[in-house]
Ligand binder design. Structure first.
Ligand code: OAD
Length: 247
């Protein structure tokens, strides 16, 4: 492609990008998330019915973040962002993941489904970063208004995913779209691949198995993200250099 058209890269990640860091995926264990049916722990109804059980579940997930680290795929995507910004290319990273591994690798990320590292107050709306209170049995009170309990600042089934306007704007100019480690099963995230394709982006898909939303026009790169993503990033950067040298 010509350097006259500004390159705009959009990346969507799912649980598979963090699998090699030791964070379990959602759909690779018989439909159970750490042994739980998702509707028992990841819905507003579950929180209303049994807040202690939901809190315990998320506190264990929050504590588990301390034991994991970003892997080579997270790091490669952070490098892609740095190099894009140094060259004046646009770059947007969107993640469905609630872990904080992209941030810890140095990326700026639109977290569609919120973040385990933050807690939210349903009374006053305050959102606080909190990675210290990890007792699975002790609720945390809001520092702003005193309301208890705070909830995990994640998007549950039946709630609206975040950053939809920014995601829409990024897709409209996208020249390259990468879908990494997602089964393409949960909308609206699962619709971004076909939206980018129909808006003219070239599309790459990495996953262990072909995701549900894969299309023959996508370049499918099966394999572990830690192996596939660094090579793909290297290639995209080399293509960008070649485009510039030609113009
Ligand atoms: P899934 O668990 O549905 O899919 C994980 C995908 O990653 C599958 O396509 C696997 O083949 C792939 N995968 C597994 N290990 C991999 C590896 N090492 N390298 C590359 N790919 C690998 O996870 P998501 O698609 O992220 O929503 O799930 C989407 C949403 O469903 C989540 O954000 C969550 C969940 O319910 C909410 O909580 C709202």
């Amino acid at each position: 492609m010509s350097a006259n058209r500004q390159r705009s890269l959009v990346v969507l990640t799912g649980a598979g990008v963090s699998a090699d860091s030791g964070v379990p995926t959602f759909r690779d264990a018989g439909g159970l998330w750490e042994g739980h049916r998702v509707e028992d722990v990841a819905t507003p109804e579950a929180w209303a019915r049994d807040p202690r059980a939901v809190w315990r579940f998320y506190q264990l997930r929050r504590a588990a973040l301390r034991t994991v680290r970003p892997n080579a795929a997270h790091e490669a995507l952070a490098r892609l962002e740095r190099e894009c910004s140094a060259r004046g290319d646009r770059f947007t990273l969107i993640s469905q993941n609630v872990d904080d591994l992209h941030e810890r690798a140095g990326s700026t990320v639109l977290s569609m489904h919120g973040s385990l590292s933050h807690l939210a107050c349903e009374s006053c709306g305050a959102v606080t970063r909190d990675t210290e209170h990890l007792d699975p049995h002790g609720f945390v009170a809001c520092g702003a208004c005193g309301h208890e309990p705070l909830r995990p600042d994640v998007v549950w089934f039946g709630e609206l995913p975040r950053h939809l306007h920014e995601i829409d704007a990024a897709l409209r100019g996208a020249t390259h779209f990468l879908s990494i480690g997602t089964s393409g099963a949960v909308y609206p995230a699962a619709g971004l691949l076909s939206a980018a394709r129909s808006l003219g982006a070239e599309t790459w898909v990495n996953s262990l198995d072909a995701p549900q939303n894969l299309d023959p026009r996508d370049r499918f790169l099966p394999g572990r993200a830690v192996e596939v993503v660094p090579v793909l990033v290297e290639r995209l950067l080399a293509d960008g250099r070649a485009d510039r040298a030609r113009d």
